[in-house]
Design a protein around this ligand. Structure first.
Ligand code: FES
Length: 134
């Protein structure tokens, strides 16, 4: 049964990702990374991606965050959602997809999912740029 949340409540899924972030930490063998800052609040996060050998899919993702619970939770779920996807599929994921995956965000926290979405896109762009510059 779907949860019914008040406009300022965190879902149980969001709280779980905040308390137990998936894929948190620096990735030493990353193929690409991106650092993004949320212009609304100044919070930031860094995302790391590793690609499989032919670059066809994202093999692993991790993140470091100095953000709020909503940004940590959406970053955590983003690392799960992009892993195994092609770069194009990962780029197509939106902040709404990440917000929905943590059970929705309170109205005042809707902007927090922008960090994960921007970091995924920027890290993939950085990876593409690194491939064309060699
Ligand atoms: S309040 Fe800054 S990302 Fe949530």
């Amino acid at each position: 049964m779907a949860e019914t949340l008040s406009s300022e409540q965190y879902s149980a899924t969001l709280i779980d990702h905040f308390n137990h972030p998936r894929n948190a930490g620096r990735m030493e063998d990353a193929d690409a990374e991106a650092f993004v800052t949320n212009p609304v609040c100044g919070d930031s996060m860094r995302m790391f991606l590793r690609f499989d050998e032919d670059g066809g899919r994202i093999a692993a993702a991790s993140f470091l965050s100095s953000g709020c619970p909503a940004s940590i939770a959406t970053s955590s779920v983003a690392t799960e959602m992009v892993t195994g996807r092609t770069p194009e599929e990962a780029e197509a994921l939106t902040r709404d997809d990440f917000a929905e995956a943590v059970g929705g965000l309170p109205k005042s926290k809707v902007h927090c999912s922008v960090l994960a979405a921007a970091a995924v896109r920027n890290a993939i762009a950085s990876w593409r740029a690194s491939k064309t510059s060699v």
